[in-house]
Design a protein around this ligand. Structure first.
Ligand SMILES: Nc1nc2c(c(=O)[nH]1)N[C@H]1C(S)=C(S)[C@@H](COP(=O)(O)OP(=O)(O)OC[C@H]3O[C@@H](n4cnc5c(=O)[nH]c(N)nc54)[C@H](O)[C@@H]3O)O[C@H]1N2
Ligand SMILES: Nc1nc2c(c(=O)[nH]1)N[C@H]1C(S)=C(S)[C@@H](COP(=O)(O)OP(=O)(O)OC[C@H]3O[C@@H](n4cnc5c(=O)[nH]c(N)nc54)[C@H](O)[C@@H]3O)O[C@H]1N2
Ligand SMILES: [Mo]
Length: 772
């Protein structure tokens, strides 16, 4: 069965229902049917995100202590069904298809082949993956890695692997001599990890689930919650029912942020009352956030100046600013000088709208601010995050109940991987602890992040790429330039559950090592094992697999890391890899010994309902910044891309986002229900007036071409154009189909997160052919 993505056969229409509701129940049943796991799936889902169950493998949203009976959303259920699917990519399957043939398949077709069941090695003579024994695979990988220069070996991690696996993985890489530990975070919230330490002295968000009960206002930036963290709609719904305003900033009117019907509330399902999620919706331009927030700040400073002049109570939290912050005067001065015309031009909304939002914000005692990829994946992402914290600091909204900042993380343990040492930056690693515990000298020079890894691959400087989960080759930018170089890497090793594009575009020697998923029972010599993950609010949760493994030949991720480690590292009596694998509680003891403040009594507390929270200095208003203060940082200008003016003639700003039926590069179907797109992902959604100006009708086909100064042509052909409610000058398309358009150098200035939300493009009209 091959379902080609044929944009001619697509259909479009408005989706008039809310997020949630019966639509979501129906879609859930159909995915369980598609994966042929209706009975098993339903049983497993009842344990999802429960204190004694398993942590969902989809998003990283917090898991409450008193969960709903169904503490999962439609998309979490899809992710579960995908993992426990009945479909198998067996050695027979690989015998039937050459790798060259599979190269022409799309992401959906590749992963639909099901779970990989046995270790495989690429055979160039037959152009096929052939089965190999675990021992032969480990011996060969070990021998090759041992002969290589550690600085030329990269250990990638996608944010799903547990705290236990991640800790072992980074330890192995460092003992081997490499800090090359890029992670999916480098394409995601790295902008947050760079920005927040400068302003509030922590690399992660400060809110907890309880803050939703105490907040008086929520500001919501650049996140598609109904699709990408749907369980958050529950606390948001509760907040709205208390009458608390939610102000949303997004170029698209995302369905889940407009209204929600709780599919778990019998009353709402019978007489669907929708909860309006946003009280004010600012449909700003792509990249308009710094300007929009500056508009709000300008209004607040003006109100405050007037209050001071009239001798009335201050509008800003002056006591907080005096005691806790630095840089206020410069920032206030920058706000006074900011020009309203320029703010409106960049933000794409009016002064009146911004003043209204600011009035709502200053009327609130405590406010929280949430944000996603619409903020982090921009050239000026770090500047924008500084601007978001400026807004919070003005009113003392960090470190008090009901207030705080919440970067909404992606993968279910991406934040946790950073916490236990997956980073290319040795300054973020407790090297003294590692030295003391394991008696080795950790490498001290900075390793490669994601973009730097791709650059090095192009230069031919990488000897081996080890991939712990994920789909690196597909998730990165600039496919046209990176893929050819990728094939020259001497060794690529992938720990996978499903066949994906990174298996097909591979190095000279290539291994696929199939692992257990988190939902599966993981039995080792001391019995069934559990693992732990950290959610978006800094809470650690235990997770116990319960489904039968997809095949008898799978190994757990800790076991795979241990087998490689034993082969590439000299014997060290202080790390007994086998005993760690025998009982994961011992890995947790090692994590606790390395990070005693965060993981105190790890094994004792990991099953605490709601998780146990890591200590966060900013929550206590203690600022771990160089000057010991929370810092206002005034932005230098508002332009979203320093190299390309927002309004260059003929240039559109393209955002590449997720549809409702995918988890990153894992595409479950070609539909994006909430946006009314059916049966294709090869589309560009545009403003109707821009279409007129470009001479395009609905259903026209175009080639998108990147505007860049490096002389490289980057094009994606055969995209169908449809009109959509999106600001002028902005276009929406899908990740990862359009990643070939992103130049590798087009990344956030300080964090190097690819700027996937602001790609400057031109459209070239294809033959005057219009789909019916
Ligand atoms: N079901 C499902 N869940 C997921 C994922 C998935 O693929 N599927 N992926 C997981 C991962 S790894 C991540 S990182 C998260 C991603 O979750 P999101 O952060 O929601 O990611 P995107 O789908 O890329 O959507 C970004 C949103 O930002 C808006 N946006 C784009 N540009 C701008 C801008 O300049 N300003 C503002 N204010 N808004 C803008 C877009 O309209 C869109 O609503 O979700 C996680 N959860
Ligand atoms: N244009 C554009 N590009 C983007 C983004 C964007 O918004 N726009 N978003 C970026 C973001 S936020 C992220 S996080 C990255 C995502 O980049 P990655 O994290 O690298 O990619 P995923 O698609 O999440 O990886 C899916 C694969 O993980 C494997 N897998 C699933 N479960 C397991 C498991 O339990 N163990 C192991 N070992 N493997 C498993 C499966 O084989 C599956 O094919 O993409 C980035 N790229
Ligand atoms: Mo992500």
């Amino acid at each position: 069965m091959k379902t080609k993505d044929v944009p001619e056969q697509a259909s479009f229409g408005e989706y008039n229902n809310s997020a949630g509701g019966w639509g979501s129940v129906k879609a859930l049943t159909s995915i369980l049917l598609q994966e042929r796991v209706v009975g098993a799936g339903t049983r497993v889902l009842l344990k999802q995100n429960k204190p004694d169950g398993f942590a969902c493998v989809s998003c990283s949203w917090a898991k409450p202590a008193d969960p709903h009976m169904f503490e999962f959303c439609e998309n979490g259920a899809k992710a579960t069904a995908w993992e426990i699917t009945d479909k198998r990519a067996t050695p027979d399957f690989f015998a039937a298809h050459t790798v060259t043939e599979m190269e022409s398949w799309n992401d959906l077709e590749l992963e639909s082949s099901g779970r990989v069941t046995e270790p495989l090695k690429y055979d160039a003579a037959s152009d096929r993956y052939l089965p190999v024994s675990w021992r032969a695979a480990f011996d060969d990988i070990g021998a090759q890695l041992k002969a290589m220069e550690p600085k030329k070996v990269v250990f990638y991690a996608s944010g799903r692997a547990s705290l236990e696996t991640s800790y072992m993985y980074q330890l192995m890489a460092r003992m081997y001599g490499s800090n090359n530990l890029p992670d999916s975070s480098n394409m995601c919230h790295e902008s947050t990890s760079v920005a927040l330490p400068k302003t509030i002295g922590v690399p992660v968000g400060t809110i907890s689930l309880e803050d939703f009960e105490k907040t008086d206002c929520i500001l919501f930036f650049g996140h598609n919650t109904g699709t990408n963290a749907p369980r958050m709609l529950h606390p948001l719904e509760a907040v709205r029912k208390r009458g608390v305003p939610v102000i949303t900033f997004n170029p698209l009117r995302e369905r889940g942020l407009e209204s929600f019907v709780n599919p778990q509330s019998p009353l709402e399902m019978l007489t669907p009352t929708r909860t309006a999620i946003s009280s004010q919706y600012l449909q700003i331009k792509i990249g308009g956030d710094t300007a929009a927030v500056m508009g709000m700040a300008k209004h607040i400073i003006a109100l405050d100046d007037a209050a001071v002049a009239a001798g009335r109570a201050r509008i800003v939290d002056h006591a907080f600013i005096e005691e806790h912050t630095a840089g206020f005067d410069e920032f206030a001065q920058a706000a006074r000088h900011a020009d309203w015309d320029e703010i409106e031009r960049h933000a794409g909304v009016t002064r009146a709208e911004l003043e209204q939002a600011a009035d709502t914000y200053v009327a609130a005692g405590a406010a929280m601010l949430m944000y996603g990829m619409g903020i982090t994946q921009h050239r000026e992402a770090v500047r924008t995050i500084h601007m978001l914290t400026n807004l919070l600091l003005l009113r003392g909204n960090i470190g008090k109940p009901g207030a705080g900042i919440c970067p909404i993380r992606g993968h279910s343990n991406v934040q946790g991987q950073r916490t236990v040492g997956i980073t290319e930056n040795p300054a973020l690693v407790p090297n003294d602890k590692l030295r003391a515990l394991y008696h080795f000298e950790p490498p001290m020079e900075k390793g490669l992040n994601t973009v730097e890894t791709c650059e090095e691959v192009q230069r031919g400087g990488i000897s081996a790429f080890f991939m712990l989960g994920g789909n690196f080759v597909r998730a990165i930018p600039d496919h046209g330039r990176v893929e050819p170089a990728w094939r020259d890497i001497p060794l690529t090793v992938q720990v996978v559950t499903h066949l994906n594009r990174s298996c097909v575009i591979h190095g000279k020697t290539s291994y696929l090592l199939p692992c257990l998923g988190r939902i599966e029972v993981d039995r080792q010599s001391s019995g069934e094992q559990a693992v732990a993950v950290e959610d978006s609010t800094g809470c650690m949760h235990g997770s116990r697999g319960m489904a039968k493994p997809a095949s008898d030949h799978l190994l757990s991720e800790p076991a795979i890391v241990a087998e490689v480690a034993k082969r590439i590292l000299p014997f060290n009596p202080r790390v007994d890899w086998d005993s760690w694998v025998a009982d994961y509680a011992r890995i947790r003891d090692a994590i606790e010994a390395t990070y005693p403040d965060i993981f105190r009594d790890f094994n004792g507390r990991m099953w605490k309902p709601g998780g146990f929270a890591r200590p966060l200095a900013a929550r206590e208003r203690s600022w771990k910044t160089p000057n010991g203060k929370a810092n206002f940082i005034a932005p230098q200008g508002f332009d979203p891309d320093p190299d390309l003016p927002a309004d260059a003639p003929g240039v559109l700003r393209l955002m590449t986002v997720r549809g409702d039926s995918q988890f990153n590069t894992t595409v479950y179907s070609l539909d994006d229900r909430f946006r009314g797109v059916w049966g294709t992902r090869r589309v560009l959604l545009m403003n109707r007036r821009d279409m007129l100006e470009h001479g395009l009708d609905a259903g026209s086909f175009v080639t998108a071409e990147t505007v860049s100064q490096d002389g490289v042509q980057r094009r994606v052909p055969r995209l169908r154009v449809e009109p959509f409610d999106i600001p002028r000058g902005c276009v929406m398309g899908y990740f990862p189909e359009l990643n070939a358009l992103i130049p590798l150098a087009h990344h956030a200035l300080e964090s190097k997160v690819p700027a996937a939300k602001s790609i400057p493009v031109r459209l070239i009209v294809e033959v005057a052919e219009v789909a019916a």
